[in-house]
Design a protein around this ligand. Structure first.
Ligand code: PEP
Ligand code: MG
Length: 886
C-alpha cells in the first residue's frame, strides 16, 4: 500500500488513533483520538512527521503527492465544516500548527486565521458583525505569514503599525479602530512589496507556504537549542507533524466564548473541574489578561447544556487518557468545540494528590502513580520555598551550586562564632564563608542557611548542610566574600554584616534582602502513601548517612531502613570531645595516646548506642576515623594559645605538632585506613566502642546490626590487616560478655585501585560501600573542593554532560563501579553492595545504582524520600522496557 501522509479527523471516525503519536505528533494524535471518541473537535487533518523527514531529506520541497492527498483532505474538511476556503460569505479559516511527538512547547511556528484575504476579511466583518476583529485578524495573519513563512522581519510590520498609531496619537494597538486597521493592512501589503513579494491572496497558496514554514521551523535556532538541552538531539531526525484545523470563533457574539479548563485543580489536586472562560472572545483574550475571565461554574448559569457537555466530556477525556487533562474549548454560536487536550501541568502538591487519588479510584496502577511525580517535587514539598510574588520582585545577588535544597532568609554573618552568638539572641542568620571547615559546625547548625564562594557539591559545607537539612549554596565563585572585612560583593551590591539575604538552595540562587518563606508540607498524608507504594516496587534499599541520633531519627521518619554511613569524625567536634581528641593528637607516646583514647571510648560508645536505638534493629554502618588529623587542630593564634593551655603543652610544642601534620595534598594524605595503619590504637578504640555499644543493646534485649567500615582501602592487605585485628578484639569482647552479636566488616570502595582489585578485597569483606565522592575525585583527578573553578568551562565545552560530583559519571566512574560489582560478586556472592557518596541521593545516579544491581543507596536524611521515589521509578521504568543507558 502506498504511504499515507495525511490523516483526517473531525467526523467521529478518525483514521489515526491516539496510538500513532510518533507519526501524528502529540497534538495530532490527541485530536484524532478525541474525534474517534466522538468529542466535538473542529475538523481538520494532520500531515505526518514522516513528511517532515521527507521534506528535510529531499531538498526542502513539498512533493506533488502531498498536495494531492492534502487537497482531498481539504475538500473533506470543507464538507465537514460546511464552510468553504476563500468563500467571503461562508469562509473556512484554518490554523496551521506544529506538533512533534515529544512536546516542544513554543519552539516551532504556528499560523492562525489562514484563509483571510481582502474579500474574506470583508465577509468576516459582516458575518461577525465585528469589523475591527476581522481587520485585526487579517493584519495579524499577514504579519504572521510574512514573518514566519516568508522571512520578512517582524520589525518591518511593527514600524508600519507604529506609523498608524503615531498618526492616531495612541500608544496601544487596542486603541486602533476598524478603519485604522484597514489602513494597516494596506501598509502591510507595501511591506511585502518592498521585500519583492506579493501577499498571497489565494488561500490554497497561503496553506502551502504555511505548511512549509512549519516544517522548516523544526530546524530553527530555538528548536535546535531546545532539543540539545533536553537530550533530543541524539535521537535523529524526528520531525514535526502539521495540524490544519478549522478555526472556531468564540467572538461571534454573546452565545460564543472561549476558555481553558482542567479536569482537576492543578494547584491543589482537588478532584473538581477548574477553569475559566470569556464570552464573546478569542483564545488570546484569555491569555492576554485584558479582560477578566469568569470561573467555569458561571457557565452553568449562562448555558447549562453547554456546561454539562463540557464537564461530561472532560470527565470522559480524563478516564480515557488516565491523567489530569488541560483542555481548551471554544463555543461558536452555542456549539461547543474542544480545541485541544493534553496532560495538565501541576504543582508538586497536586502531582502527589492526583497520583494517589487516581490509584484509589482504580484509574491507574501504583507503578504508574510513582512515575507521575518528579523526585524534585518531593524535594520541594519537604523544604521551605519562597513566596512566589516576593521572589519575583527580589533583587538578584548571585548564583552558586545548588548544594542543599530549600529557601531561607536571614541576616548576614561571616564566621561561625557570630552565627552562634546571633542565633542565641533569637536572630535568623545566614552564615557566609569563603569555605567551611569542621570547626564551623556549631555556626552551621545555628544558621538558617549557608553560602560559600568555593567548594563543590561534595565539599564540607555541602555534605554537612545536606545532612542537617539546611539550605546551602556553595561555590558561588562570582560572589566576593571577605570574612575579615565582613562583606560579600556581587552584581554591584555589597552585603555587610547584619544585612538581610535570602538563599534558594534548589537552584542555587542568592537574593539581597528579605523574602517570605512558605513552610513545607512534611512527610504525611498522600506523600507518605506514595512513598509506601514506592517501597513496594523498589529493588534498591534506602539508608541514610547520619552521624548523630537526632539525624538518624529524622532519617527513620523519612523512611530510611538503616544507616549506610556514620562519619565518626563529626562526633568529635561536639562539646568538650574536641579537647579529648586534641589531647590524643598531641600525645608524644603510645601510652599517652591510649590514655586519651580511653577517655573518648565511653563517649563514642554512647553515641553508637544512640544510633542503634534510633535505627530500631536496622543495620548501622559505622566508618572508622577518616579525615587527616590536622582537621582537628586549631589554626588561629588565639585558639592555639587556648588549646596549648588546655592540653598542658607549650604553644611552641603545639605549633610543631600542627606543622608536622601539615600536608601538601591532604585529600590524598595521611587519612582513612592509613591512620589505622600508623595508629592502630585509634581504630581499636572505635571498634571496641562499636561492639560494646552493640553488646549492651543486646543485653537490654534490643536488636542491633553493627557494620564496621574501613575507609579509603586501595590494597587488600590494608583491609586484612584491619580485619584481623578487629576480629581478635571482637572475639575477646563477645567471649568476655557472653553474648552473640551479628556483625559485618566491610570497606568503602573509593580508591580506583580498589575497584580493579575488588575480587581480592571482596573475598575478605562482607560489604562494599562505594564512596563516590572520593572515587570521582581520584578517578577524574578533580579536587572535590576546588573543581568549581573550572567545571563551568568543562560543561560549556561539553567535555562532561553534567557535574560529575552531582550526577555519577557513568562512562568513567560508572565503569569502575561496574567492574568492582562484577569482581566483588564473582569472588563473594553474598557480598552486600551499596553507595554512600552524595550520589546516593541524586535521582539520576540512583537510577544508575539500580542498573548495576546494587543492594542499597545511602544519602542524607532529607534526601531519603527522594531516593525512595527515584529507586522505585527506576524499577518501574526498566521493567516497562526503558532502554539501558550506561
Ligand atoms: C565518599 O568519598 O564518597 C564518602 C562517602 O566519604 P567522604 O565524603 O566522607 O569522604
Ligand atoms: Mg570518602
Amino acid at each position: 500500500m502506498a504511504k499515507k501522509y495525511v490523516y483526517s479527523w473531525g467526523d467521529g471516525k478518525a483514521e489515526g488513533s491516539g496510538k500513532l503519536k510518533d507519526l501524528l505528533g502529540g497534538k495530532g494524535a490527541n485530536l484524532a483520538e478525541m474525534s474517534r471518541l466522538g468529542v466535538p473537535v473542529p475538523p481538520g487533518f494532520t500531515i505526518t512527521t514522516e513528511m517532515c523527514r521527507f521534506y528535510w531529506e529531499n531538498g526542502q520541497k513539498l512533493p506533488e503527492i502531498l498536495k494531492e492527498e492534502a487537497g482531498i483532505a481539504l475538500k473533506n474538511l470543507e464538507k465537514l465544516s460546511g464552510k468553504k476556503f476563500g468563500d467571503a460569505n461562508n469562509p473556512l479559516l484554518v490554523s496551521v500548527r506544529s506538533g512533534a511527538a515529544i512536546s516542544m512547547p513554543g519552539m516551532m511556528d504556528t499560523i492562525l486565521n489562514l484563509g483571510l484575504n481582502d474579500e474574506v476579511a470583508d465577509g468576516l466583518a459582516k458575518l461577525t458583525n465585528n469589523p475591527r476583529f476581522a481587520w485585526d485578524s487579517y493584519r495579524r495573519f499577514m504579519q504572521m505569514l510574512g514573518d514566519v513563512a516568508l522571512g520578512i522581519e517582524h520589525e518591518k510590520f511593527e514600524e508600519k503599525l507604529n506609523e498608524i498609531k503615531a498618526k492616531k496619537g495612541v500608544k496601544n494597538d487596542l486603541d486602533l479602530d476598524a478603519d485604522d486597521l484597514h489602513e494597516v493592512v494596506k501598509l502591510y501589503k507595501e511591506v511585502y512589496r518592498s521585500e519583492g513579494k506579493e501577499f498571497p491572496q489565494e488561500p490554497v497558496e497561503q496553506l502551502w507556504v504555511a505548511v512549509e514554514a512549519v516544517f522548516a521551523s523544526w530546524n530553527n535556532k530555538r528548536a535546535i537549542k531546545y532539543r540539545e538541552i533536553n537530550g533530543m538531539d541524539k535521537m535523529g531526525l524526528l520531525g514535526t507533524a502539521v495540524n490544519v484545523q478549522m478555526m472556531a470563533f468564540g467572538n461571534m457574539g454573546e452565545s460564543s466564548g472561549t476558555g481553558v479548563a482542567f479536569t482537576r485543580n492543578p494547584n491543589t489536586g482537588e478532584d473538581k473541574t477548574y477553569g475559566e472562560f470569556l464570552l464573546n472572545a478569542q483564545g488570546e483574550d484569555v491569555v492576554a489578561g485584558i479582560r477578566t475571565p469568569q470561573p467555569l461554574d458561571q457557565l452553568k448559569e449562562i448555558n447549562p447544556e453547554v456546561h454539562k457537555e463540557l464537564i461530561d466530556t472532560m470527565n470522559r477525556l480524563e478516564t480515557v487518557f488516565k491523567d489530569m487533562q488541560d483542555i481548551e474549548f471554544t463555543i461558536e454560536n452555542g456549539k461547543l468545540y474542544f480545541l485541544q487536550t493534553r496532560n495538565g501541568k501541576r504543582t508538586a502538591a497536586a502531582a502527589v494528590k492526583i497520583a494517589v487519588d487516581m490509584v484509589n479510584e482504580g484509574l491507574i496502577t501504583k507503578g504508574t502513580a510513582i512515575t507521575r511525580v518528579k523526585p524534585a517535587d518531593i524535594e520541594k514539598l519537604l523544604h521551605p520555598t519562597f513566596d512566589i510574588e516576593e521572589l519575583n520582585k527580589a533583587e538578584y545577588f548571585g548564583k552558586g551550586l545548588p548544594a542543599s535544597p530549600g529557601a531561607a532568609t536571614g541576616m548576614a554573618v561571616f564566621n561561625a562564632d557570630d552565627a552562634e552568638a546571633k542565633a542565641k539572641e533569637g536572630l535568623p542568620v545566614i552564615l557566609i564563608r569563603p569555605e567551611t571547615s569542621p570547626e564551623d559546625i556549631g555556626g552551621m547548625d545555628a544558621a538558617e542557611a549557608i553560602l560559600t564562594s568555593t567548594g563543590g557539591m561534595t565539599s564540607h559545607a555541602a555534605v554537612v548542610a545536606r545532612g542537617m537539612g539546611k539550605t546551602a549554596v556553595v561555590g558561588a565563585e562570582n560572589i566576593v566574600i571577605n570574612d575579615k572585612a565582613k562583606t560579600a560583593i556581587s552584581n554591584g551590591i555589597t552585603i555587610k554584616e547584619g544585612d538581610w539575604l535570602s538563599i534558594e538552595g534548589t537552584e542555587g540562587k542568592v537574593f539581597a534582602g528579605k523574602i517570605k518563606t512558605i513552610k513545607p508540607t512534611g512527610l504525611e498524608g498522600d506523600i507518605k502513601t506514595l512513598l509506601d507504594f514506592a517501597d513496594e516496587v523498589s529493588d534498591l534499599g534506602v539508608r541514610a548517612n547520619a552521624d548523630i541520633p537526632r539525624d538518624a531519627k529524622i532519617a527513620r521518619e523519612f523512611g530510611a531502613r538503616g544507616i549506610g554511613l556514620c562519619r565518626t569524625e563529626h562526633m568529635f567536634f561536639e562539646g568538650d570531645r574536641i579537647k579529648k581528641m586534641r589531647r590524643m593528637i598531641v600525645s608524644k607516646t603510645k601510652e599517652q595516646r591510649e590514655a586519651a583514647l580511653a577517655e573518648l571510648l565511653p563517649v563514642q560508645k554512647e553515641d553508637f548506642k544512640g544510633l542503634f536505638e534510633s535505627m530500631e534493629g536496622y543495620a548501622v554502618t559505622i566508618r572508622l576515623l577518616d579525615p587527616p588529623l590536622h582537621e582537628f587542630v586549631p589554626h588561629e593564634d588565639a585558639a592555639i594559645k587556648d588549646v596549648a593551655e588546655s592540653v598542658g603543652i607549650t604553644e611552641e610544642e603545639l605549633r610543631k605538632v600542627i606543622d608536622d601534620l601539615e600536608e601538601f595534598n591532604p585529600m590524598m594524605g595521611h587519612r582513612g585506613v592509613r591512620l589505622a595503619v600508623t595508629y592502630p590504637e585509634i581504630a581499636e578504640m572505635q571498634i571496641k566502642a562499636i561492639m560494646l555499644a552493640a553488646i549492651e543493646m543486646v543485653k537490654e534485649g534490643k536488636k542491633v546490626k553493627p557494620e564496621i567500615m574501613i575507609p579509603l582501602v586501595g590494597n587488600v592487605k590494608e583491609f586484612t590487616l584491619l580485619r584481623n585485628s578487629a576480629e581478635e578484639i571482637i572475639k575477646n569482647l563477645l567471649k568476655e560478655h557472653q553474648v552473640d552479636v551479628e556483625y559485618k566488616i566491610g570497606t568503602m570502595i573509593e580508591v580506583p585501585r580498589a575497584t580493579v582489585t575488588a575480587d581480592q578485597i571482596g573475598e575478605n569483606a562482607d560489604f562494599f560501600s562505594f564512596g563516590t565522592n572520593d572515587l570521582t575525585q581520584l578517578s577524574l583527578g578533580f579536587s572535590r573542593d576546588d573543581y568549581g573553578k573550572y567545571i563551568g568551562d568543562y560543561l560549556e565545552k561539553g567535555i562532561y554532560d553534567s557535574d560529575p560530583f552531582q550526577h555519577i559519571d557513568r562512562n568513567g566512574v560508572g565503569r569502575l563501579i561496574k567492574t568492582a560489582v562484577d569482581l566483588g560478586r564473582g569472588a563473594n556472592p553474598h557480598i552486600k553492595l551499596g553507595v554512600c557518596g552524595e550520589h546516593g541521593g541524586d535521582p539520576e545516579s540512583v537510577e544508575f545504582c539500580h542498573l548495576v544491581g546494587l543492594d542499597y543507596v545511602s544519602c542524607s536524611p532529607y534526601r531519603v524520600p527522594v531516593a525512595r521515589l527515584a529507586a522505585a521509578q527506576a524499577a518501574v521504568e526498566f521493567r516497562r522496557g526503558k532502554k539501558v543507558n550506561y
